[in-house]
Design a protein around this ligand. Structure first.
Ligand code: BTN
Length: 253
């Protein structure tokens, strides 16, 4: 069933909401709106994406009426160097919204994966367009079969909870509320508050053995720097700052 837009709009009278039953990518539409100077909190949401964009040039499979495919404009004045903070903020908001509405505990893998039982249930993607953060969130809700062969196996809320999620709207509404909360935290209390919250919410930030996909480097995570980059204590004792790429657990020792 398509989203009930009226209930989402009623809960967000302060925001402009652009809905598409099918769209290439909400990121592209939201990027256009950002270029046109659209307001903070403007939302683009779709029931289906035909060219969903994932991180690192990957695609985001966006089956019709099964997931949440949303981009929101955040006018939070982050420089490109601080964009990882937006990723952390969005991950926190997404995990909290899922936990609150579906009652499923999430982990967040730096920088942008929301995991349940080590399977990926959601991903977030911040782009900077004309000084505005275009924040993309994809959540697998009612998918029953997921693509195979991915390095991190995907999952959905339906698979994890064992039953169909009857309504996606409460999750959308809670997600937008949580984004508001963490944006206010960033603006009001500064980046340190987001870094602290992420460190508490993620099992990957401190003391975890990981491998960096792109380089094969291994080490133990040692926290976040002031911009949200991950610090990795390599096995030779050096500290390396991971600014892009993906990590996964290292079970080799
Ligand atoms: C990732 O690779 O983990 C990030 C995925 C982000 C997907 C969302 S779905 C809504 C928005 N529109 C897109 O095309 N991508 C993001």
């Amino acid at each position: 069933m398509p989203l009930d837009l009226a209930s989402i709009c009623a809960s967000r009278p302060q925001n402009d909401i652009h809905y598409f039953s099918t769209v290439g990518s909400t990121m592209t539409e939201a990027g256009r709106l950002a270029m046109d100077g659209a307001r903070h909190g403007t939302v683009v949401i779709a029931d289906e994406q035909t060219s969903g964009i994932g991180r690192l040039g990957r695609s985001w499979i966006s089956e019709a009426d099964a997931g949440i495919y949303l981009s929101i404009l955040l006018q939070v004045a982050l420089s490109p160097a601080r964009l990882p903070l937006a990723s952390l903020l969005l991950g926190l908001a997404t995990a909290e919204a899922i936990e609150h509405t579906a009652g499923l505990e999430c982990d967040i893998r730096w920088p942008n994966d929301i995991l349940i039982h080590q399977r990926k249930v959601a991903g977030v993607l911040p782009h900077l367009v004309d000084g505005c953060v275009v924040a993309g969130i994809g959540i697998n809700v009612n998918q029953t079969s997921m693509p195979e062969g991915l390095r991190t196996p995907p999952t959905s809320l339906r698979i994890e909870s064992g039953g169909k999620i009857q309504q996606r709207e409460p999750l959308v509404i809670k997600l937008l509320e949580c984004i508001d909360t963490f944006c206010s935290m960033l603006v009001g209390n500064g980046p340190g508050s987001i870094l602290d919250a992420f460190t508490r919410a993620s099992s990957y930030v401190m003391g975890r053995r990981v491998t960096v996909d792109e380089t094969g480097k291994r080490g133990t995570t040692g926290g976040l720097d002031e911009n949200g980059f991950l610090l990795l204590k390599l096995d030779d004792g050096r500290i390396e700052k991971i600014s892009s790429g993906s990590i996964r657990p290292d079970y080799s020792v």
